[in-house]
Design a protein around this ligand. Structure first.
Ligand code: G3P
Ligand code: MG
Length: 244
């Protein structure tokens, strides 16, 4: 079972910051997951929430601020005073951190609340600019975003995010089309997921920070987990955690 560092190495460092990504880049995990939003001046930035309130010393919606305005705030001190000075990174800056590594990069398009018109195009162009096509997975809870991205980049893998499951799951995912299911880990033991796995579906689960649960997911045939504690999971899961 593969490991993705969720929002970078977010268990020990402030999530979705350059520091969290540099620390993830040092780990022998399969991949790294992070979340992308669009600023008022149409810059792609990596942050989880629609607002900066929880993860900075500022407040307001990402969509209402320019990159320069967003950069006036500190994205580390909320997590610990020793992390003061962390910035909100652009997608390009995160790509640069992983340019020379082998990590798979899971870009989660956070367009399920605000649609950020044209965000799929901007992400596609950024990927082309750095030539990282073969190391990217694009996922979203907004399945229209997945469809739009697939039209632009049919060779790039997609992950279809679900908060809860639906009937006819497998045929729905194929219809988008999506390449993998990204689901909360506690749905893994539902019949519909067991069946999908036995039919060969790629199932990745979030957010798994408990070793015992991770082992159960591994036994169930889950392809990968997203974890905030990749250090603990690397130690716990032994040799099958990576394919490189
Ligand atoms: O992409 C997996 C996971 O990150 C989805 O949920 O809220 O942590 O972005 P969230
Ligand atoms: Mg995410």
């Amino acid at each position: 079972m593969k490991l993705f560092a969720h929002r970078g190495f977010s268990g020990k460092f402030p999530e979705n910051t350059p520091l969290a990504f540099h620390k993830a880049a040092e780990l022998d995990v399969f991949g790294v997951e992070f979340d992308v939003h669009l600023t008022a001046d149409r810059q792609l930035v990596v942050i989880h929430d629609e607002t900066i309130d929880r993860t900075s010393n500022g407040s307001g919606f990402v969509k209402d601020m320019t990159l320069d305005e967003l950069r006036q705030y500190d994205y580390g001190s909320w997590f610990g005073e020793q992390f003061a000075g962390e910035i909100i990174p652009t997608l390009g800056e995160v790509f640069a951190i992983f340019k020379e590594t082998e990590h798979i990069l899971n870009i989660e398009i956070k367009s399920d609340i605000f649609e950020y018109e044209g965000i799929e195009n901007l992400i596609s162009e950024e990927i082309n600019a750095v030539g990282l096509q073969e190391r990217i997975i694009v996922s979203s809870f907004n399945h229209e975003s997945i469809q739009r991205f697939h039209q632009l980049q049919p060779m790039i893998q997609t992950g279809v995010l679900f908060g809860s499951l639906i009937v006819q799951l497998e045929s729905y995912v194929k219809s988008l089309p999506g390449d993998a299911l990204h689901i909360p880990y506690y749905h893994t033991f539902r019949g519909i997921i067991k069946e999908a796995i036995s039919n060969g579906a790629i199932v990745r689960t979030f957010t798994v920070n408990d070793e015992t649960i991770a082992r159960q997911l591994q036994t169930a045939g889950v392809d990968a987990i997203f974890t905030d504690v990749p250090d603990i999971m690397l130690a716990a899961l032994g040799k099958n955690h990576t394919n490189h």
